[in-house]
Design a protein around this ligand. Sequence first.
Ligand code: GDP
Length: 296
Amino acid sequence: MLDNLTQRLARVMKTLKGEARLTESNIADALREVRLALLEADVALPVVKDFIAAVKEQAVGEEVLGSLTPGQALVGVVHREMTKVMGEANVGLNLATQPPAVILMAGLQGAGKTTTVGKLAKFLKDTQKKKVLVVSCDVYRPAAIEQLKTVAGQAGAEFFPSTTADKPVDIARAAVDWAKRHYHDVLLIDTAGRLAIDEAMMQEIAELHAAIKPIETLFVVDAMLGQDAVNTAKAFNDALPLTGVILTKLDGDARGGAALSVRHVTGKPLKFAGVGEKLSGLEPFHPERMASRILG
Ligand code: GDP
């Protein structure tokens, strides 16, 4: 079992008892512990560096209030800075538009996009009584279209059929038209997964975005990617004007460092967390809970 950050800092900072201020030299060891804790939680190295620099800037010169040890004072700064990066509170979906509110899903293959479309459809239906239509623009894998159809059935959402002979932009336009004519509140668009960052595929989803102009463009990313999440996030954020992130597979062993990395490089709010394979395995993302999970 790893000690939590408070215990780790208490250990390295006990020699500092009685010091009235945090200084560059008296927090050096402690910052090394923070750095290690973040790396153990799978936060990407460049993100760790930026984060530590920000903590240092905030901490140096900070007064250690009477009842606190310097270690506790530094933990306070770390938590404050983490909350600042992760966002103060959950940010929900923006559906405030003339219906249908179109939501485009983007991410690598296997990230959990199709499952998450089902989860979101169920969430919107159960909690907000929305009438939801889903469509797959994955014209490369017939199995992906079939998978979405199954998931839609489980979620109680309507499925707009598509085939691998169609063009993604045409499919999406037809689905938007159908949703308008049948008074759907929300249209969820699933897209082809990219196994790795692929220029042509990125171009395709950028064109899809330009044609459809969704109100939400959500980047779905697997928390188990760990440090690699940062490069994927950068590529999608450069290709598309993302409005939010959904971090999946947080029910696994991932410590959640990907959350900090993705937030840091995209600046976009994490809106939901995937916490299981079932359609009920979706939770609104809570930054402060994730901060505690990352800090241990
Ligand atoms: P896609 O290729 O991005 O559409 O990914 P899928 O939706 O097909 O999901 C890939 C795999 O990840 C499937 O086996 C899903 O059951 C699984 N999966 C998706 N989200 C979660 C999650 O939050 N937790 C767990 N444990 N598995 C998930």
